[in-house]
Write a protein that binds this ligand. Structure first.
Ligand code: NAP
Length: 250
């Protein structure tokens, strides 16, 4: 059995999974990837050997299955040293037209699934272990139509920061990466008119996740790290006063 750190990446089958897994493997971690979609999980795992990336088909949002999956990982590798929670859901729509079921789905996936996955790994974590979560810039500044999604990510952030205070005394680091829309081929296909100069590259997130799992981040407990690339808010109020030089891209 090697002494590589074992990092569980929950929800690895989505848009960020491949880049995050690639960075963690390159950093020398043994990466356990989870997801409900067996085919997608197997495809991602097939890019690596089982020594580097170990797939576990499960639903980390289900407490029983999550506990069982972590138990199996500990039995196989002897320890779990971190969780990167990539499970997430996204929905957009005006409040007037959004039913409660859509809100429930967002909160179940973006908040309760993160809590469930965390509770499954937490008893196994000791000194120098890490929890990483991904939030959105919209949590602090929601756009119209994104209220439910933004509220779910704001709830996630508050929960992680509260958790961080509870677990920091035993050396567990819980931190949050805040991003904007990921620049992926699928996102570009869905939004052909969006300016992807302002999107976040998945690999930029992956690099910061890797950093947050490293000894270089030992001083970070409950930190919120914006990885926003060239994203910026724009408003008509940002116009310079009369006579001032134009402000823009210099
Ligand atoms: N992509 C973006 O633009 C963006 C922007 C801001 C924040 N984020 C956040 O970053 C994280 C990763 O993003 P992503 O784009 O890779 O996420 P994603 O593709 O939307 O979802 C990641 C995985 O979560 C799992 N999942 C979805 N709903 C679930 C549920 N109800 N129960 C259990 N698992 C579920 C799915 O895996 P299985 O179906 O295989 O189980 C899915 O592949 C998420 O938390 C997301 O909210 C993403």
């Amino acid at each position: 059995m090697s002494d590589a750190r074992v990092i569980l990446v929950a929800g690895a089958t989505g848009a960020l999974g491949p880049d995050v897994v690639a960075r963690l493997v390159a950093a020398g971690h043994r990466v356990v990837i989870t997801g409900r979609n067996e085919e997608k999980l197997a495809k991602l795992a097939a890019e690596y050997g089982e020594e580097a990336v170990f797939p576990v088909v499960t639903d980390m949002a289900d407490p029983l299955l999550a506990g069982r999956a972590v138990g199996d990982v500990v039995e196989r590798f002897g320890h779990v040293d971190g969780l990167v929670n990539l499970i997430g859901d996204f929905a957009v729509g005006p409040v007037m037209l959004t039913d409660l079921a859509a809100y429930r789905r967002l909160f179940e996936t973006n908040v309760l699934a993160a809590i469930t996955a965390t509770k499954a790994v937490l008893p196994q974590l000791g000194e120098k272990s890490h929890l990483v979560y991904i939030s959105s810039v919209l949590a602090s500044e929601p756009f119209p139509g994104f209220a439910g999604y933004a509220a779910s990510k704001a709830a996630l952030q508050a929960w992680v920061r509260g958790l961080s205070h509870e677990v920091k005394h035993r050396g567990v680091h819980a931190n949050i990466v805040v991003m904007t829309m990921a620049d992926t081929p699928e996102a570009r296909r869905q939004r052909p008119h969006a300016d992807f100069e302002q999107a976040t590259k998945p690999d930029s997130v992956a690099k910061v996740v890797d950093f947050l799992l490293s000894p270089a981040a030992d001083g970070l407990y409950g930190a919120t790290i914006p990885v926003l690339g060239k994203f910026e808010f724009s408003t008509a109020l940002a116009a310079p006063p009369p006579g001032a030089p134009p402000i823009g891209r210099l």
